[in-house]
Design a protein around this ligand. Structure first.
Ligand code: ADP
Ligand code: MG
Length: 242
């Protein structure tokens, strides 16, 4: 395989829910170390696209490939094991468990499996990365909202994902938290991680993304650098019509 082959490719990816085409013939590639923004108005099909990539939903048609190997038919668990890991728009954690236990679950079930002391050490390292090591033994139910988001990110990172899918990870943060959140994603970017960032926060898109794909009503309407797509009249129309 060529060194510059994309890590992830979608070709004609389509998802129908009955009569609704939520994702309509979407094509895009994500290169290694790239941060790709997947943007568009509410209901445009961004989360559904992430669900297709992570295997939570099966495509109605089209191909999704990880390093050239089709994965569209695999279970979510198998896809996670192959290195695609995501956060959810609504945080999903086990509230009665400690922060460390939640993150350790990512280390145990992910792409690179770790057990026992190695899983603990790795989970702590991920908590340090997201700035939450001091809360390792707190119960998730006691945390502030941004800290639950940090736990979810740490849990996702604990599996050493080859492709990290972030679904509106910055949503609901106050301005101070937002600055911290953007800095944290920038750190992941600087580590060379491959990320698909579904995001509404334009500052984050401008400062973090190498490239953006813009969706509207299930269809890709633009692709390019953040500056290019955010000045595209069709993109502006799609957002104003939201
Ligand atoms: P976005 O994340 O861009 O806001 P979604 O991917 O969540 O958009 O939704 C795209 C469209 O698909 C919306 O019209 C939504 O109502 C619909 N949709 C999403 N998930 C389902 C589902 N499980 N069943 C039926 N319709 C769905
Ligand atoms: Mg969504």
């Amino acid at each position: 395989m060529r060194a510059d082959a994309p890590v992830l490719s979608l070709r004609g990816a389509t998802k129908r829910f009955g009569g609704l085409v939520a994702v309509n013939e979407i094509d895009f590639d994500v290169a290694e170390h790239e941060v790709m923004g997947l943007i568009g108005p509410n209901g445009s099909g961004k989360s559904t696209t992430l669900n297709l990539i992570s295997g939570a939903l099966k495509p109605t048609s089209g191909t999704i490939s990880l390093r050239g190997t089709p994965i569209g038919h695999l279970s979510a668990q198998e896809i996670a094991r192959r290195g695609i890991s995501r956060t959810f728009q609504l945080v999903r954690l086990l509230p009665s468990m400690t922060v460390l236990d939640n993150v350790r679950a990512g280390a145990v079930f992910g792409h690179r499996r770790r057990w026992g002391a190695e899983a603990d050490a790795h989970a702590m390292k991920m908590l340090e990365l997201v700035g939450l090591a001091r809360r390792a033994h707190a119960h998730v139910g006691q945390l502030t909202y941004i800290d639950t988001k940090r736990v979810e990110l740490a849990r996702t990172l604990a599996s050493d994902p080859k492709v990290l899918l972030l679904d509106e990870w910055l949503a609901g943060l106050n301005p101070t938290e937002l600055t911290e959140g953007i800095a944290l994603i920038r750190r992941l970017r600087e580590e060379g991680r491959t990320i698909i960032l579904v995001e509404h926060v334009m500052d984050a898109i401008r400062s973090l993304c190498d490239r953006c794909v813009v969706m509207s009503s299930g269809t890709k309407i633009a692709e390019g650098t953040p500056t290019e797509v955010l000045s595209d009249p069709e993109v502006i129309r799609a957002y104003l019509g939201d």
